[in-house]
Design a protein around this ligand. Structure first.
Ligand code: ZN
Length: 365
């Protein structure tokens, strides 16, 4: 009987659950790419540290993990530290907290979550534990509800899927079909990860805002904006005008996830961001960008998918007809030329742009 490697075994479990439960595409990608590669490749370190000057430190996930967990930014001021995004890998979050403590004795006073996705919010409680619970959690006003209504189910699904994958792997280990002599070790690591996930209590924001919030300190201007629905119903960007740095959440990642997105207002949001005076971007996922080139790429992607969707709706095409008419590779060269992982992520995410564009235009009519 043909046996499947552990990686495919996990994918099989997760994909079948995806079909039956409608599990979020984001979670699917993070498991099929992230968990298995985390288990097999054990990349070290789990993030790279980039000092952007004037106390701005970006903790960037290395490329093999860039689509499955978020980057973190620490803004170290004279008297305080402000964190942007708490990621989902708790081991990485612990290492980031240790790295911050090694650089400054100032406390983390604020943790800003750019949006509700679990890979940007799950480690919030670690900052509470590490800094005596004194910090203020900050987010868009919608985050108060979405943490409960959306992040919690995403976390629950993550736990459920990992438990199911472990159970399957244990069954395989007990059978005579196992050809992976590291399977027991992988199961042990997965179990340790599962136990950590079960300890997570999601933290809601203490301080929320609608359009703009000024978190400036005496030594630095720090401005938070929400320009409308975009990647989610409540995306926060953090702009440091003196440093000309934008911390962008997932608004124009290398290949953003559009499954929870609002393409028309997303495009309007990006055009407003374009007017800000920044030179460097710390994205939610992937490497630091220079200038506005990546922003322009996503503006083009949204503009063209919306144009095509508008044409389809005007011509009374159904969603199915539209989806079968599109050239899914149109933006591949521009967005996914970096490596194989980019191509996989592109193939996984691109249809969501067309689908959401079609649905949003259809809804307007
Ligand atoms: Zn996101």
């Amino acid at each position: 009987m043909k046996t499947l490697p552990f990686k495919l075994l996990l994918q099989g479990v997760i994909k079948s659950r995806f079909i039956t439960t409608g599990l979020l595409a984001l979670t699917l990608l993070s498991h099929t790419i992230g968990f298995t590669e985390t288990q097999t490749a054990q990349p070290n370190p789990v993030f790279t540290t980039h000092d952007l000057g004037n106390g701005v430190i970006a903790f960037i996930k290395p490329d093999p993990l860039r689509f499955n967990d978020a980057n973190i930014t620490a803004i170290i001021n004279k008297e305080s530290v402000i964190i942007v995004d708490a990621n989902s890998d708790l081991n990485a979050a612990e290492q980031i907290i240790a790295a911050i403590k090694s650089r400054t004795d100032k406390p983390v006073t604020h943790v800003i979550n750019t949006h509700w996705h679990s890979d940007h919010t799950m480690a919030n409680q670690l900052y509470q534990q590490a800094f005596a619970g004194k910090q203020i959690f900050v987010g868009h006003q919608s985050l108060t509800n979405t943490i409960v209504d959306k992040t919690q189910p995403q976390l629950d699904e993550t736990i459920e899927n990992l438990a199911a994958a472990i159970k399957n792997a244990e069954d395989k280990l007990a059978s005579d079909n196992n050809d992976d002599n590291t399977l027991a070790e992988k199961i042990a690591r997965a179990k340790a990860k599962l136990e950590k996930l079960k300890t997570i209590n999601l933290v809601k924001p203490d301080k929320t805002f609608t359009n703009h919030l000024d978190l400036s300190t005496p030594d630095r201007r720090i401005e938070l904006f929400n320009f409308g629905t975009a990647h989610t119903e409540g995306d926060t960007i953090v702009f440091l005008p003196d440093d000309k740095i934008l911390i962008a959440g997932d608004l124009f990642d290398e290949i953003p996830f559009a499954g929870h997105g609002y393409p028309e207002s997303w495009l309007a949001t990006l055009n407003k961001i374009k007017a800000l005076d920044f030179e460097r971007v710390i994205p939610g996922h992937g490497s630091i960008h220079q200038g506005k080139q990546q922003l322009e790429k996503i503006i083009t992607l949204l503009t063209k998918t919306l144009q095509q969707a508008s044409h389809a709706v005007n011509n009374k095409m159904t969603l199915e007809q539209f989806m079968s008419s599109i050239n899914k590779d149109e933006f591949k060269q521009s967005l996914a030329s970096k490596d194989e992982l980019a191509k996989r992520a592109y193939n996984h995410f691109i249809e969501d742009f067309y689908k959401q564009a079609y649905l949003s235009i259809k809804k307007d009519q």
